[in-house]
Design a protein around this ligand. Sequence first.
Ligand SMILES: NC(=O)c1ccc[n+]([C@@H]2O[C@H](COP(=O)([O-])OP(=O)(O)OC[C@H]3O[C@@H](n4cnc5c(N)ncnc54)[C@H](OP(=O)(O)O)[C@@H]3O)[C@@H](O)[C@H]2O)c1
Length: 199
Amino acid sequence: MKIIAVGAEGDIGRAAYGELSTRHEIIKVGRNSGDIHADIADRASIEAMYRKVGKVDAVVSTAGAVHFGPLSDFTEEQFMLGLTNKVMGQVNLILAGLNYVNDGGSFTLTSGVLDRDPIRMGTGAATANGALGGFVVGAAIELPRGLRINVVSPGLLEVSEERYGSFFPGHERVSSKRVGLAYAKSVEGAITGKVIIVE
Ligand SMILES: NC(=O)c1ccc[n+]([C@@H]2O[C@H](COP(=O)([O-])OP(=O)(O)OC[C@H]3O[C@@H](n4cnc5c(N)ncnc54)[C@H](OP(=O)(O)O)[C@@H]3O)[C@@H](O)[C@H]2O)c1
């Protein structure tokens, strides 16, 4: 398959790429990294990416920013980062990409553990993750031409321990191998409308 992988150079992206690149042609996308540059926060940039790449069999997104902070300090602007970037950035990959994914192809998004197992300062992430879960359930029954959509929802990765470990007391860390398999299940399997939990 020919697969667009947005965020392929990040911690989760490398896990997905490590699994999928052994069997598929991957076009890595990032704002500054990857084979092609695009910013999911900018719909015009997403459209330009699809025009450049052309038809694909799958789109995998492992990108999306949220603000972390105590609930009482959250500004509306900080809250909106998760909704405009992590949620709408990934949603726009589907809305702009519908005509670029071949019949029977798939979209795979990324959320995370925090809407089911919260941590302090994680409300922005929990909200974005919940919204993405709702989006794939709703979108799956309306996608045309046998297209599928899922969202992978991993716990904290072992490789992300140094950056985020102190925020996740008591959370089991997950291996990149298991996270990669979740992306393979979504891209190569038959399920749709699912939140694929890895924890
Ligand atoms: N790491 C974890 O343990 C973990 C666990 C569960 C969920 N998550 C979620 O998974 C997502 C990715 O996390 P991560 O830790 O893998 O992040 P990361 O290591 O910071 O990597 C992010 C990747 O996405 C790209 N990217 C970032 N913003 C982008 C944008 N606006 N447009 C296009 N590409 C963009 C980055 O490349 P450029 O800088 O070149 O754009 C990079 O390749 C986040 O939403 C995070 O909340 C992470």
